[in-house]
Design a protein around this ligand. Structure first.
Ligand code: FRU
Length: 476
């Protein structure tokens, strides 16, 4: 352990001890940082029955700072236990941040691959795209998921193709046909977003295999790429920076979505159009893993980087951001969909069951399920602030009291075109809501800051069920 590691351990413990644990908007069901800032989910896996969720963590500043990997574990992805920081930025190859990465499990060993970020000191001749930074690929392993060995530097920018800028990051590893493959996100010198594929026979020595890109340029940078197969569909997920133009006009600053892959991603393939994972304001850098029972589970960061119009109200309380609730990705009728993990069922306490309309002011952490919607007649209002409705072939979420910014913190409206709505599942926590539409074909996730609890649903002919969610808030 270096002197720097020792100091970081001490300073992190002090910051976590000082954290205010009483803020009004602390989440019950969604993972949030013990203190300070959280962004991407990292190293998601189930290892010897235990779920592990690491996260990009800056404990010293709610508005971000040098990144490390915080660590939570859980038996069911609902009650989580904070395990402390697992990886500190304490080596020359990761001194500006232990950036995002994945877990790969094999033969009773957990392999964590991540990007060691190095940003060199300020100099006028550095542009931090082609000069002034390093993106290193690093491995650490663990036999128990709690104690990790020494960091091993696997690749530096010199090992990546020469047509790339220095922006290469976020390794995600899988195994196919006895060979290990690693995806990384990249920005080329021609400012095109790409996913790189590396291959290895031993999980340690990696060589460049190929790159994956769209025929036409699609953004300038792809972050956090992920590749998996679910119900026979091959999916390439990427968080894309730099999409502009009409289609992206009323959307978030960056996008998270996927292509379906026809053919072989390692050889000849074609990519479908890009489809968003989520149509809300807060969804970025999702990562998936295969649970031991074969389910494909995905968790996103319920936040959005570089979002100028928005100030997260919880910064005043010393923390910012959370994860989405874990979702199962599945395919039905040929369409990729998402639903909250089934473990949630055991936490539901049915509180109201009715038809047509409902009004309640009781619950803050709840699920409302509106089914059998007739002729797409659906509208709801959450906490007198957030309108959710179907209107003129669009499913819309919209903050109502635009001048009173309290609940929206600057957010306005998001929508998706769809020719009908048949069912809506609303998963609400103290300061977030995730809305699953048409059996998970569309999802909207957003943080919001309700003054008082409240739910009003108007859906003539539909069934409405509201269940309180019984959770032991995370022990952080
Ligand atoms: C995505 C991202 C990753 C990077 C990490 C740094 O939100 O920018 O590409 O590894 O966050 O925190």
């Amino acid at each position: 352990m270096t002197a720097l590691t020792k100091d970081l351990i001490k300073l992190t413990a002090e910051a976590e001890k000082k954290a205010d644990r009483d803020g009004k908007f602390r989440q019950k069901l969604h993972l949030m940082p013990p203190t300070g800032w959280l962004n991407d989910p990292n190293g998601l896996c189930q290892f010897n029955g235990v779920y592990h969720a690491f996260f990009q963590y800056s404990p010293f500043n709610a508005e971000g700072g040098v990144k490390m990997w915080g660590h939570y574990t859980s038996g069911d992805m609902i009650d989580w236990e904070y395990q402390g920081v697992m990886l500190y930025p304490d080596q020359p190859f990761d001194c500006s941040g232990v950036y995002s990465g994945c877990a790969f499990i094999e033969d009773g060993e957990m392999y964590l691959y991540y990007t060691g970020n190095v940003k060199l000191e300020d100099r006028d001749d550095y542009d931090y795209v082609n000069s002034g930074r390093e993106s290193n690929t690093v491995l650490v392993t663990s036999a128990d998921g709690m104690h990790f060995g020494r960091k091993k530097l696997l690749m530096t920018n010199r090992d990546y193709p020469a047509d790339l800028t220095l922006h290469v990051r976020d390794p995600k590893v899988w195994k196919e046909g006895g060979i290990y493959y690693m995806l990384q996100g990249a920005r080329t010198k021609a400012d095109r977003g790409q996913a790189l594929i590396f291959r290895s026979d031993d999980k340690i020595n990696w060589t460049f295999h190929s790159h994956v890109e769209t025929e036409e340029k699609f953004g300038y940078m792809w972050e956090c790429p992920d590749y998996f197969e679910v119900d026979g569909k091959k999916i390439l997920s990427a968080s894309v920076q730099g999409l502009a133009g009409e289609e992206w006009k009323d959307r978030n600053v960056y996008q998270s979505g996927y292509f379906t892959v026809d053919g072989d991603i390692l050889g000849e393939y074609s990519l479908s159009d890009y489809r968003l994972w989520d149509y809300g304001f807060d969804y970025y850098a999702p990562q998936s893993f295969e649970a031991e029972d074969g389910r494909r589970v995905q968790i996103g960061w319920m936040g959005m980087p570089d979002c100028e119009e928005y100030t997260n109200r919880t910064v005043e309380d010393g923390w910012q951001h959370c994860f989405t609730f874990p979702r199962e990705v599945f395919v039905k009728d040929g369409i990729v969909r998402q639903r909250p993990i089934r473990e949630l069922e055991a936490r539901k306490k049915l509180s109201e069951e009715t038809k047509n309309r409902l009004e309640t002011k009781k619950y803050t952490t709840y699920e409302a399920y509106i089914s059998n919607i007739k002729d797409s007649r659906f509208s709801a209002v959450l906490a007198e602030e957030l309108s959710i409705r179907y209107e003129n072939n669009e499913f819309i979420i919209e903050f109502i009291n635009k001048r009173n910014n309290y609940a929206s913190c600057g957010r306005t409206r998001r929508s998706v075109e769809t020719d009908h709505v048949s069912d809506v599942r609303i998963l609400a926590d103290e300061s977030s809501v995730e809305i699953f539409v048409n059996d998970g074909v569309y999802v909207f996730s957003t943080r919001y800051y309700p003054g008082e609890p409240g739910l009003r649903v108007d859906a003539e002919g539909a069934k409405i069920r509201v269940s309180e969610l019984i959770v032991n808030a995370q022990s952080n």
